[in-house]
Design a protein around this ligand. Structure first.
Ligand SMILES: *Cc1c(COP(=O)(O)O)cnc(C)c1O
Length: 423
């Protein structure tokens, strides 16, 4: 059912030998169902772009997320670009964002130099934005808040939506980690105004390496995204009152579809682009979505094993706080080293790496990257996010493609590494 039933090449075996427990066993969740889906598309003689598979994938996703619309695009980055475009930002507007995320969450805002971006500090026990610090940054110029459900742990959305709703602020949920998470019976991506998802090969499901989705309820936005992703302009169109001012019969519409004959453009908002998810990718997405509950269950089981090992060090190690009614997808397994004098985080990373466990730390606080510093952001702006990044936060491999043996090994090596890192 998964990648385990596809024969592996020598190169694949070699790549796994680089680390005994790799962070991302690429391709390991793709199996015969995905191969079959791809073969079906290729053998169908149907279009390979923008066809029935895309519709099926989007219908499945819409039902899963519980939104009126689910619109696929070519990446999570493009989903965020479109979502930020839909905010209709004006000079002087402000957008509040988290610094603890992948750069694609906030990068589109660099294209709006007249919009003020405010990085909001994160909660020390979740790495998410929370209402206490958000409320200190919003004002009557705030147009939007962009939250990330860090590692798949849903943010405190009820409180955030109360705060935003009162002030007419739009909220984007970057749900790239949160596919498969649940929040009081609802799905991330349906909890705010717009949800953005990624199907990059590192994410909870993949559409053959790259892909993304937007989710929302707004019909007008669906129209706009459909135009944008299909290389048509997003604009304010009004019906024309005559056709070219002549009495000639219109040219065949089939050759020149769209609004060319029927509408005038009164305000151009943005050029379109091609962000069409290919049919093979969409067909693989349908198969992956079916396996999502099994993938999430596997992640939760690994997380449970890792928590057990860490529970031997209750004074030295902290785990993210998971509120009642919330189920994380465990896109990332995260913990915090709370007593750096007694347990060295950096030593722990090296001990794990020496033993063959791959440990990348996610994410460098974005307000400290050169592009955001060049816009006036600086060290000290988000003290909690900075302290966690430089001293406390840790991630460990937690992926459904890890074999049972690798998970056993991971637990063993984690226990060894913890012992070796005590000061
Ligand atoms: C992966 C990711 C993205 C970008 O998605 P791509 O599909 O890689 O473009 C955006 N935000 C977060 C939080 C991500 O993890």
């Amino acid at each position: 059912m998964t990648g385990r039933d596809i024969p592996k090449t020598a190169a694949f075996q070699q790549s796994l030998r680089d680390y005994r427990v790799p962070y991302l066993p690429y391709g390991s969740t793709l199996g015969s169902a995905e191969l079959e889906a791809g073969a079906q598309v290729i053998g169908s003689g149907e279009t390979l772009s923008g066809g029935a598979w895309r519709t099926r994938f989007e219908e499945g996703f819409r039902a899963y997320a519980g939104t009126a619309h689910a619109m696929s695009v070519t990446s999570g980055t493009v989903a965020l670009e479109f979502a930020i475009h839909l905010l209709d930002l004006q000079p002087g507007d402000e957008v509040v964002v988290t610094p603890q995320t992948y750069q694609a969450t906030v990068q589109p805002l660099l294209r709006y130099p007249e919009v003020r971006v405010r990085f909001c500090d994160v909660e020390a026990d979740t790495l998410n934005l929370g209402p206490e610090s958000l409320v200190t940054l919003v004002n009557d110029r705030t147009r939007a808040i962009i939250v990330v459900h860090y590692g798949g742990l849903p943010a405190d959305m009820d409180a955030i939506m109360d705060l935003a709703g009162e002030r007419g602020i739009l909220v984007i949920e970057d749900s790239a980690h949160a596919l498969g998470s649940s929040y009081h019976g609802r799905r991330p991506g349906s909890l705010a105004d717009i949800g953005c998802f990624s199907f990059h090969s590192s994410k909870n499901i993949t559409t053959l390496g790259e892909g993304g989705m937007l989710t929302f309820h707004n019909d007008d936005w669906a129209d706009r995204v459909d135009r944008l992703r299909g290389n048509e302009a997003d604009a304010v169109f009004v019906p024309r009152d005559h056709r070219f001012g002549t009495s000639r019969a219109p040219l065949p519409g089939a050759l020149y579809p769209g609004l060319a004959y029927t509408h005038d453009c009164v305000a151009l908002l943005r050029h379109g682009t091609n962000a069409t998810l290919s049919e093979p990718a969409a067909a693989v997405g349908v198969a992956q979505l079916r396996s999502l509950p099994a993938f999430v269950a596997a992640r939760q089981a690994i997380a449970g094993r890792l928590r057990e090992v860490l529970s031997g060090y209750p004074d030295l190690v902290g785990l993210p706080a998971v509120p009642d009614g919330v189920e994380p997808s465990h896109h990332l397994f995260t913990f915090f080293v709370r007593e750096p004098e007694r347990l060295s985080r950096d030593r722990l990373i090296h001990e794990l790496d020496d033993r063959g466990v791959q440990v990348p730390i996610r994410y460098f606080p974005l307000h400290l990257t050169p592009e955001w510093r060049s816009r006036g952001h600086r060290y000290g702006e988000c003290p909690t996010a900075e302290r966690l990044w430089f001293e406390e936060q840790m991630n460990l491999p937690c992926h459904p493609g890890l074999t049972d043996k690798q998970v056993d090994l991971l637990c063993e090596l984690l226990a060894d590494s913890l012992r070796a890192s005590l000061c």
